[in-house]
Design a protein around this ligand. Structure first.
Ligand code: SF4
Length: 328
């Protein structure tokens, strides 16, 4: 591991300013992804700013009836919070489907959002990777790519974002709060946090240098049933091949509204407006769920081995929609 210096942040603004002041500085909180990457010398920060003890560990009610989740709330605490379990069950389900109990105890809310891809070539320094080494090429194109994207990829990178939590938050229309080095704060939809790779896959978010996530706010719980379904190669401690976060509001056999987000399929949590439109105002039933799944997957494209994911996503979405609509 490359040598680095360390400081414990004394305040929010101070933390943001400390990272902005040094080009190779990074925030560290739980470290569940960053430390692994530093050991492999894929991440090579010269200075770490520890934000794990900043006062960002509370989950507060908002005046609107939602929840404001501090950036340093551990994944395990968030999953276990009774307000999350009862009002946002798909978020709790998504969190508990991710990583292991030990990792969830350490991983923070903001760190989960900002974790990096698990593309195997990104972790192999002997192989070209545009995300790790811009301009070097993409080994996954034409390589082992069954875990890779079916939406949002580019010729420079076909990696997927690995978070489950972010997929649930996307379906819930969460908003991200940040503080910038000059002390100003910013609030924006979670869908605006992650960038698609384009020609610059090494730039993964819209955060400015030193900008630090301070909280994620959930609006009041949407009407309807919520469900998170994750399909993976083994039933624990594995990233999603495909996951679906679905919220369906239906009554008297008719769907009033629906929200769909998918994970394991794109460089960012993938909201499917097409799938949602195919459901709204229609009678609940397998024919409509199949049509919605077709609409959601209409734009999917795969490189080589990932082609099976298109059908897997179609079936997973169809089944998840059916489960959220049982008995309506
Ligand atoms: Fe690197 Fe992206 Fe290609 Fe994987 S898919 S090798 S992360 S450029």
């Amino acid at each position: 591991m490359q040598p680095f210096t360390y400081e414990r942040a004394s305040g929010l603004r101070e933390a943001a300013a400390a990272v902005a002041a040094r080009p190779d500085a990074k925030f560290i909180a739980g470290g569940t992804n960053l430390i692994d990457l530093m050991k492999l010398e894929i991440e090579r920060p010269t200075h770490l700013v520890d934000i794990s003890r900043l006062p960002l560990r509370l989950i507060d009610e908002t005046p609107e009836g939602g929840l404001r989740i501090g950036a340093q709330v551990p994944n395990s605490d968030l999953a276990a919070d009774m307000r999350v379990r009862t009002r946002y069950p798909l978020l709790s389900q998504a969190l508990l489907s991710g990583a292991s109990a030990q990792l969830r105890n350490k991983a923070s809310t903001a760190g989960n959002l900002l974790q990096r891809t698990r593309c195997p070539y990104f972790y192999c320094r002997d192989m070209p990777c545009n995300k790790r080494s811009p301009g070097s090429g993409c080994s996954a194109l034409g390589g082992f790519n069954r875990l890779h994207a079916i939406f949002g990829a580019s010729e420079a990178c076909i990696a997927v974002h690995p978070s489950d939590m972010a997929v649930a938050m996307t379906a819930l229309d969460a908003r991200v709060e940040t503080i910038q080095p000059d002390g100003r704060s910013r609030v924006f939809p979670i869908g605006d946090l992650h960038r698609l790779p384009g020609t610059t896959p090494h730039i993964e978010t819209t955060l400015a240098r030193g900008e630090m996530i301070t909280a994620v706010t959930l609006p009041p719980p949407p009407p309807g049933r919520q469900l998170y379904r994750k399909v993976r190669d083994r039933t624990s401690y594995a990233f999603a091949l495909v996951s679906v976060a679905a919220i369906v509001d239906a009554a008297s056999g008719r769907i009033r509204s629906a929200r769909i987000a998918m994970g394991g399929v794109a460089p960012k949590p993938w909201r499917s407006i097409e799938g949602e439109r195919a459901l709204g105002g229609r009678p609940a039933g397998d024919e409509i769920f199949a049509a919605a799944a077709d609409a959601a997957l209409a734009g999917a494209r795969a490189e080589g081995h990932a082609a099976f994911k298109i059908e897997l996503a179609r079936r997973t979405l169809r089944r998840t929609l059916a489960e959220t609509s049982q008995g309506v």
